[in-house]
Each structure stands twice: as structure tokens, then as C-alpha cells.
Design a protein around this ligand. Structure first.
Ligand SMILES: Cc1ncc(COP(=O)(O)O)c(C=O)c1O
Length: 413
């Protein structure tokens, strides 16, 4: 059931030319989720490729995670102390990310990024930071606002954000769009001796990703700054050890969040002991840092993701979707207007509307409206996420729905 809230549209979605106004995914009222599906108030079922914007990596209401969490709930979840569960999580993370021997727990990606920046500033004694990608909503990192989740971001089209001082940009946070390495080198040159950290979301890297990442790593090290790899989206998803594991990249600080706890609020900043030791007088701790239900959820989630078939399945299903959709776009004569691409890695498929902007906007709006009506949740202007509960049948049916929509509903546009 799509609620009609005329006058509001989802981000970047203009009203479609015909039919009901598409008010965006947020206008749905979801009451329940199980595995790859969720249900709205009217009982309508949706196959969910939004997956909570990434955290749902196993599927909704996973039985093993729930069991671990319930056990923890029954023993209390918040103590102002260490805990064997936290020790176990640290040991697990150290095993998977051997370069990191210190860990700080947080609740959200934004909070973890703020903590990493503070650690880097304390370690280097410098103040400036270069950012590349979406790293959360906190003041210094949200301005100028860039649509980072679009496949082709345009950094010249930035927006101010009302309520944030220092608009249009924060004096200590410099923005790089992930394209020209030459431009990055110039930013470092102009700010020599002042940059504490480069905070990088690897999904923004252009091909060849491995070479670009290695160049950025070397440059950052040469300039005496720390490389903070923000693996909030990519950790436990593109590979068990994230992008750094995939390419053997050594980074200074890592951020993990989203898929680490299958929807429970947990984020981690981790790195070498010397960074944490030199920053020992800084303040990072808050009320909920040691909350344990999320730690229990993380331990179970990681143990499931460590099963040999887990990560390959995410990428295989993502690739099935990308290939299936591109075949549909060719069959329906739409391949000049729509393409399915991996948002760098197939486990994050993206539907890319190209061509004349006005037509692309109209197509996109009607496409997502029809898709939601058919019980498929996907995000416009954003990567989608595969979870372990999706099946080849789910993906096959989704591809079929999209073929039907293009053949029947969008053929005249
Ligand atoms: C790479 C990255 N870092 C940080 C964040 C912010 O995380 P949160 O929304 O949990 O604050 C996000 C959110 O999408 C993200 O993708």
C-alpha cells in the first residue's frame, strides 16, 4: 500500500506523469520483516533490497541473532565496565583485521567517523581532514552536501544544509570527489603539514580501484596523515575483511558499522595501538558505548558471515540481478536509458538512469512507483543491498517484474 501524501516526494524523485504520486519508500508503513521480506499495515509483502540502508546482511529477524540477543537481554545489557563479550568481539576483529589491535565501540557510523577524526587529530597534532564520500550527518562532514550515493556524483553541484554553521563548507574539512588523483595530490600540497587524516569511503573510488587505493595510501602516508578507511558499507559485505582485505591494503584506522550486527546499532573504530595510546587523553566515551545486546548480535552476525558461502552468495546474487536486468534493458529497447551496474562490487547493485535528464527523471519516478506497487523495495539514486536471505528465485522474480514494468507501463515514455 502506497500512502498518498501529495506534495512530498522521495529524495530526487519528481512526481510521475500519470497515476498516483509516488511519495517515496518512507511513506510506507512497515510493520514486520522476516528474512528477505517485509510487510506493510495492509499485509502487502515486499521483497526488500534496501535492507535498512545496508545493515540487514543476513535478513530481517534472523533467528540465530535474535537468540543471542534475547540471552543477553536476560542478563543485562549496560555496565560501565569491560565484558567477556567485548573481549570476544575484539579478539574476533583482531583475527579478521590483524593490523588493528585497539577497538573503540560506538553506535552509529557518524559517531565512529567523529571518533576516528578525533583520534587522528590527537595522534598527528594536525587539524585538517580530507573527506571522500558520505560519512554521516554531523556538521563538519555534511557540508557542502553532495549526493554521494548517485553512481556519477557531481561535486560541483553541492548544496548548503540549513542549521549547519560554517556554510557552505567547514574550514577544516576538505572535500575530494574520488576522481582525479592529481587533484587529491594538489589538495595535500596546498595543505602540507596540516592534514591529520584522509577519510575515505571506498565505494567512491574509480577503476582501477586497487591501484587508486594503493596510490592514496602511499600519498597519505608520505604526507604524514592517517588513512581512515570508512568501511561502514563495505565491511562484512564486499568481503569478510572489507575492501582492505580484498586488495591487501594496510590502513591506519578502519570504521565498521552497518552489516556488523544485522541491524543492531553498532559501529567500531579500530587501528594500531600506538594511535590509541598517543590519543589516550582524548574523550570518546559516551553512555551507550558498551551496550551489549548489539555486541551479542555482532558476534553472531560475524560468525554467520564467516561461513564460506556467505560473502560469495551476496556477490553472486548481485551479479545475477545486474546481468538479468541488463538483458531486460536490451530486450525492451531501454539499454540507452537504463543500466544495471555494480556499485563497485556486485553485492550492491545500482540501477542507473541515463540520457536526457527530464526523461530520466520521469522514467525513474514511474519506475519506482510501479516497482513498489509490485512489492519490490529498491532505492532511487542509491545502491541496493543483497542479503543472505534473498534467493535466486527472489532475484529472478524481481527481474521479471522489471521486464513487465518496462514492457507495459514505461514503453510509451
Ligand atoms: C560510509 C559511511 N560512513 C558513515 C555513515 C553514517 O552512518 P550512520 O548513518 O550510522 O550514522 C554512512 C551511512 O550511510 C556510510 O555509508
Amino acid at each position: 500500500m502506497i500512502k498518498d501524501r501529495t506534495g512530498t516526494t522521495g529524495e530526487g524523485v519528481a512526481p510521475p506523469p500519470t497515476g498516483k504520486v509516488f511519495t517515496g519508500i518512507e511513506s510506507l508503513s512497515i510493520v514486520r520483516g522476516q528474512g528477505a521480506y517485509c510487510w506493510d499495515e495492509s499485509g502487502k509483502r515486499y521483497v526488500d533490497y534496501i535492507c535498512g540502508y545496508g545493515p540487514i546482511v543476513l535478513g530481517h529477524a534472523d533467528a540465530e541473532v535474535n537468540e543471542a540477543v534475547v540471552e543477553r537481554l536476560n542478563s543485562g545489557i549496560l555496565f560501565p565496565s569491560g565484558s567477556p563479550l567485548i573481549d570476544e568481539l575484539s579478539a574476533t576483529l583482531h583475527r579478521l583485521f590483524p593490523d588493528s589491535d585497539r577497538f573503540h565501540l560506538a553506535k552509529t557510523g557518524s559517531e565512529a567517523v567523529a571518533a576516528a577524526v578525533r583520534l587522528a587529530r590527537a595522534f598527528t597534532g594536525r587539524a585538517k581532514v580530507i573527506r571522500c564520500g558520505f560519512h554521516g550527518w554531523h556538521d563538519p562532514f555534511i557540508i557542502p552536501y553532495v549526493s554521494w550515493h548517485k553512481y556519477e556524483i557531481d561535486i560541483s553541484r553541492t548544496r548548503p544544509v540549513s542549521g549547519v554553521p560554517h556554510e557552505p563548507s567547514h574550514p577544516l574539512v576538505l572535500t575530494w570527489d574520488g576522481r582525479s588523483l592529481q587533484q587529491l595530490a594538489e589538495i595535500y600540497l596546498k595543505n602540507r603539514g596540516q592534514v591529520a587524516a584522509m577519510v575515505l569511503d571506498p565505494v567512491q573510488l574509480r577503476e582501477p580501484v586497487a591501484d587508486n587505493l594503493s596510490y592514496i595510501c602511499d600519498l597519505t602516508r608520505r604526507e604524514g596523515a592517517l588513512l581512515v578507511l570508512d568501511e561502514a558499507k563495505t565491511g562484512f559485505r564486499v568481503s569478510l575483511r572489507g575492501v582492505q582485505g580484498l586488495y591487501g591494503t594496510r590502513v591506519d584506522l578502519t570504521i565498521l558499522s552497518k552489516a556488523i550486527a544485522n541491524g543492531f546499532p553498532l559501529a567500531v573504530v579500530m587501528g594500531r595501538a600506538e594511535i590509541f595510546d598517543r590519543a589516550k587523553n582524548t574523550k570518546l566515551k559516551g553512555t551507550f558505548n558498551t551496550e551489549l545486546a548489539s555486541v551479542a548480535a555482532a558476534l553472531t552476525t560475524i560468525s554467520i558471515m564467516e561461513r564460506p558461502d556467505s560473502v560469495p552468495k551476496l556477490n553472486q546474487l548481485g551479479q545475477q540481478m545486474i546481468d538479468g536486468l541488463n538483458e531486460v534493458f536490451v530486450r525492451t529497447g531501454m539499454s540507452d536509458s537504463i543500466r544495471a551496474v555494480a556499485y563497485r562490487w556486485p553485492c550492491m547493485p545500482y540501477i542507473w538512469f541515463t540520457g536526457r535528464p527530464e526523461r530520466a527523471t520521469r522514467l525513474k519516478a514511474l519506475f519506482y512507483q510501479r516497482l513498489t506497487e509490485r512489492g519490490v523495495l529498491m532505492l532511487p539514486n542509491h545502491m541496493n543491498y543483497i542479503c543472505l536471505s534473498h534467493t535466486m528465485q527472489d532475484v529472478g522474480k524481481t527481474v521479471q517484474h522489471i521486464e513487465d514494468i518496462l514492457s507495459n507501463d514505461l514503453s510509451s515514455l
